[in-house]
Design a protein around this ligand. Structure first.
Ligand code: GDP
Ligand code: IMO
Ligand code: MG
Length: 426
């Protein structure tokens, strides 16, 4: 049995797309289990760059089955755009499957997300994610399968929902509402286009695992954006953590063999919320410039800071990480010295565990150790031996502080710029 869950170990944008694409060469099946088009996963192959939002990052391999699981909220319009975009670039998408149980992101979810974010100040991606998950939990959402089936019962529920949403629009926001007939036609048209991809994906994934195929679960966002275990309320509305892979695909925990945490060699975050190691100086600028730290989905500049191993140890615990993938090590190339946060100082107390609430986190000062940099270009390194001694020492220190081995190290955005220390698929 070989099923690996890949999760973001920080606040998202760790390079999950790149690592998924790299591992997908060996995988038979790549499965997204949560999030929606708020995700932006970049894959670079030769001179080509792909930005994936809903489609799993295994799509560049025509033999790899790519599954959008039931835990993903699907914006049908965005998904159709993404499929068309890939097809225009010669990518075969016939290997894509979408769960009949996936909740649909409706146009009203996106509008409400925009309006609510003005009040909450979370700084969402405005992709309708929070409102779509809220409706799912509130049992007033619609699934792909509902729309495909259509029928009287669906139409009645949908009409009632539009009426309800229109009251919110008109009475709370003093805005025009939505037209039921127009939206109905739009979603029926979109479902018709996506019909050929819809399937009972839990069965497909389960069968693949049982047949001994190699299955990779591709998390979106990251551990600290998890609705329960992240920096609430500055989080997303799903479960990016490894446990989310079971709920979001319909397979049991006994089917999972390994959990790979993807972590940048430093830390970034988009949107609001506390960030203890954030650098608001020229060093943060260097990380942003060299790492090209601008959002894949929204284009917003990402906040940058030193690596925080309090966060990584928390990610090890919450996800049960068995391995690490350390990405963007090359971005640290020019620094004469590099800091790693090993604990927090909170009101004179030393904290080694990640705090349970953001008020405490907001008052935490990082305790750093300082390591010598390597000041050498490492983007051509293809093995650990190719790395300068100080770069190896930096990786070894992360392993020591987290208690987890680095199975993969990325030294550039391209598929080839990847060092493998141990094989994930057995
Ligand atoms: P994801 O959301 O976790 O898939 O990450 P994003 O794609 O949003 O952001 C990661 C960015 O870093 C992308 O532009 C990648 O092409 C790039 N990237 C990934 N790994 C590396 C690396 O090792 N070095 C450098 N320089 N860039 C990388
Ligand atoms: P990938 O998969 C980084 C952040 C948003 C905001 C918060 C809530 O590319 O790593 P949402 O639209 O989800 O309700 O926004 O979560 N966020 C991400 N940050 N990477 C992502 O995805 C993110 N998806 C959402 O910036 O702070
Ligand atoms: Mg991203």
């Amino acid at each position: 049995m070989s099923a690996v869950v890949l999760v973001g170990a920080q606040w998202g944008d760790e390079g999950k797309g790149k690592i998924t694409d790299f591992l997908a060469e060996k995988a038979n099946c790549v499965v997204r289990y949560q999030g929606g088009s708020n995700a932006g996963h970049t894959v670079e192959v030769s001179q080509e760059k792909f930005m994936l939002h809903l489609i799993p990052s295994g799509i560049l391999y025509p033999e790899t089955l790519c599954v959008i699981g039931n835990g993903v909220v699907v914006d049908m319009g965005k998904l159709i755009e993404e499929i068309d975009g890939l097809q225009k670039r010669g990518i075969d998408t016939s290997n894509l499957r979408i769960s009949l149980r996936s909740p649909v992101v409706m146009p009203y979810h996106k509008r409400i997300d925009e309006l609510e974010d003005r009040h909450t100040g979370i700084g969402t991606t405005k992709r309708g994610i929070g409102p779509a998950y809220a409706d799912k939990i509130n049992r007033i959402g619609f699934r792909m399968g509902d729309i495909l089936t259509g029928g009287k019962c669906f139409r009645e529920r949908f009409k009632a929902q539009i009426e309800y949403k229109n009251r919110i629009m008109e009475e709370i926001y003093q805005e025009d509402g939505f037209d039921y007939q127009q939206m109905l036609e739009e979603i029926f048209g979109q479902a018709e286009q996506l019909k050929k991809y819809l399937a009972d994906t839990s069965y497909l994934v389960y069968t693949a695992i049982k047949e001994g195929k190699k299955v990779l679960f591709e998390g979106a966002q990251g551990t600290l954006l998890d609705i329960d275990h992240g920096t609430y309320p500055y989080v997303t509305s799903s479960h990016p953590i490894a446990g989310g892979a079971c709920v979001g695909t319909g397979i049991g925990p006994t089917n999972i063999s390994k959990v790979l945490g993807v972590a940048k060699a430093y830390t970034t975050r988009v949107g609001e919320g506390p960030f203890p190691t954030e650098l608001n100086d020229f060093q943060g600028e260097i990380l942003r410039d060299k790492g090209q730290e601008y959002g894949t989905t929204t284009g917003r500049p990402r906040r940058c800071g030193w690596l925080d191993t309090v966060i990584l140890r928390y990610a090890v615990r919450i996800n049960g990480l068995t391995d690490l993938a350390i990405t963007k090590l090359d971005v640290l190339d020019s620094f004469p010295t590099i800091k790693i946060c090993v604990a927090y100082r909170y009101k004179g107390q030393l904290l080694t565990e990640f705090p349970n609430n953001i008020t405490i986190l907001d008052d935490c000062e990082p305790e750093y150790i300082e390591l010598p940099g390597w000041q050498e270009d490492i983007t051509a390194a293809s093995s650990m031996e190719d790395l300068p001694v100080n770069a190896r020492a930096y990786v070894a220190k992360i392993e020591e502080l987290t208690g987890v081995k680095a199975a993969i190290i990325a030294v550039g955005p391209k598929r080839k710029q990847t060092i493998v220390n141990s094989l994930l698929f057995t």
